[in-house]
Design a protein around this ligand. Sequence first.
Ligand SMILES: [Zn+2]
Length: 118
Amino acid sequence: MPLDERPTVYSTEPDFEKRCPRCGRYPCRCPKPKSLPPQQQTAAISRDRKGRGGKTVTVIRDLQLSPEDLQALARQLKQHCGSGGTVKDGDIEIQGDHRDKVAARLRALGYKTKLVGG
Ligand SMILES: [Zn+2]
């Protein structure tokens, strides 16, 4: 069709901001990631500071887990560290600096771990 008759497919849609950057849809329609066995995974563990308060969080990245397994693992780590935490964009965040505890727990579960950053 002529250029000026094309429907506008972006920016006017209310959900545009929420669209998945990978598949461009909202809700996301990407294929759900499947979990790999822990033995085939290396978790990257780092410390980060969040927000205005500068609270320290321990961030666990590079895990190939389904959303359910990721939540379950986050729950275990929170329990193990006696701390709060959350799952965000496929990463696990645990409040406080618990890198050693997190690494020990992940290794006990069969994961390989590496500490990254400061
Ligand atoms: Zn998607």
